[in-house]
Design a protein around this ligand. Structure first.
Ligand SMILES: *Cc1c(COP(=O)(O)O)cnc(C)c1O
Length: 437
């Protein structure tokens, strides 16, 4: 991390990470361990943090980076973190920023776009400096609505008069990207230590992708010298990235689907812009041209040089809900290993990669959430049709698979819901202003 965050001393960074990844927050040795299903098939378990999803890895460190930066800069105003979430970012950001001095955090999630467990995780969050509201619209709507607030001079001035400035914890924040690079390095080390790889040998990485933050971190690890061969980009039915990697044409003008992997229900992948920037030889003018086209027409096509690099580095494919469900049950039956709906997309696409390329290099599949977060779909995939949607599902899944409910989810049913507001884009700025007292 120090190579990218040169404003911090090694001592500072060590302090931040020791707190962020302490044993009471990440309940497993090594923070992000690789679980081997076969000699050459590893699962990078990124969900042992306080919210049971991979976003904890970055969002537990980010508040330390932010508050330390504010101190270094002599900032006197309070940072108000605005978050648009498709489910997991919101909870992970709340958990990271709860009661952090000098910060407030407001989270907006699409009303019908998150699982009941995800919703409860957010609306029951404890802490004095936070606000949570649902939103009428899908994730892309919330995200663009929040982006409008960031660029609204009038509301920024009103917030400043009250002693606040706005900041983001979404995955375009560089402090989110950097901590994620680390676990691709540690995964490589683990494969060497357990004998799956010899130092310098190549391996593939397969990542269930939405906003392109996680797989971008793998790309950076590769650029830093980790011998990653292919970056396998797995999408659900919102397969805009699959088409992009195959054709060089990014076309967001398409039907939006609510899938069983809601954290990947995204048509505008914000971090892709960073990849294009690098592949264009860090040519900001080219990137600006593409992004303006995306904004005005919903479509852009990259030039042939970039397209060639895309297909050299990446393989992309997608799978449907039905395919993902089938994959959950196959992996469970074959390995007695339970995966969530997002990880299932990655496994399914990895199988497609193997079939179409016969590439047998070792692979690390990124596992981004605990299956318990998506109990309803996971149970359905196992053939258990329970017929209701509440938190009882956690117990049923635990009993069905003879496994334990992760600690952070175990008591969720006993907590009171603190937030029940719903906003649309028009009402959102005032909801934020009311929160800034
Ligand atoms: C956020 C999330 C993803 C997508 O990650 P990106 O960095 O946005 O590509 C995948 N799975 C889960 C469970 C997530 O929470």
């Amino acid at each position: 991390m120090g190579k990218y965050l040169s404003d911090f001393s090694e001592e500072e960074l060590n302090g931040f990470t020791q707190t962020a990844y302490s044993e009471d927050r990440f309940t497993v040795r090594g923070t992000a361990p690789v679980h081997m299903l076969e000699d050459t098939l590893g699962v990078l378990e990124l969900w042992h943090g306080p919210t049971c999803a991979f976003k904890d890895v970055a969002l537990q460190v980010l508040p330390h980076l932010l508050t330390s930066s504010l101190e270094k800069l002599g900032e006197t105003k309070t940072a108000c973190i605005l978050v648009a979430t498709s489910g997991d970012t919101g909870k992970a950001a709340l958990e990271g920023f709860a009661d952090v001095p000098g910060t407030r955090i407001a989270v907006f999630y699409p009303k019908d776009g998150v699982s009941r467990i995800q919703e409860l995780q957010m609306t029951t969050q404890r802490g004095q400096n936070l606000y949570v509201s649902s939103f009428r619209g899908n994730f892309d709507n919330v995200q663009s609505c929040i982006k409008e607030v960031f660029s609204d001079e009038n509301i920024r001035t009103r917030a400043a008069e009250k002693g606040y400035f706005f900041s983001s914890a979404n995955s375009i924040n560089w402090g989110r990207a950097v901590p994620q690079i680390v676990y691709y390095v540690s995964a490589y080390c683990e494969l060497i230590n357990n004998g799956s790889l010899k130092q310098g040998d190549e391996f593939n990485v397969c990542v269930p992708t939405g906003n392109f933050g996680n797989i971008l971190a793998a790309y950076y690890a590769r650029e830093m010298g980790i011998p990653i061969s292919k970056l396998i980009c797995a999408s659900n039915s919102n397969n805009v990235l699959t088409d992009f990697f195959k054709t060089g044409r990014y076309d967001a003008e398409r039907q939006f689907y609510h899938t069983i992997s809601p954290a990947m229900d995204i048509l505008i992948s914000s971090n892709l812009e960073r990849l294009i920037f690098h592949l264009s030889g860090n040519d900001d003018k080219t990137v600006t041209r593409y992004m303006s086209k995306l904004k005005s027409d919903g479509v852009y096509t990259v030039n042939d040089e970039i397209k060639a690099l895309l297909s050299e580095l990446f393989f992309a494919d997608f799978c449907t809900n039905e395919e993902a469900m089938k994959t959950i049950s196959e992996i469970y039956n074959e390995y007695s290993y339970l995966i969530d709906t997002h990880t299932a997309v990655a496994f399914n696409v990895y199988n497609k990669y193997r079939e179409s390329t016969n590439d047998t290099k070792p692979v690390v599949v990124a596992s981004t959430a605990s299956p318990f977060k998506f109990s309803e779909s996971v149970l359905a995939a196992l053939g258990v049709d329970v017929g209701y949607k509440g938190i009882e599902l956690l117990d049923i899944l635990a009993r069905t698979t003879e496994s334990e409910i992760p600690k952070p989810l175990a008591d969720i049913g006993t907590l009171t819901e603190r937030f029940t507001d719903t906003a649309d884009c028009e009402a959102l700025p005032e909801a934020i202003m009311r929160f800034l007292i």
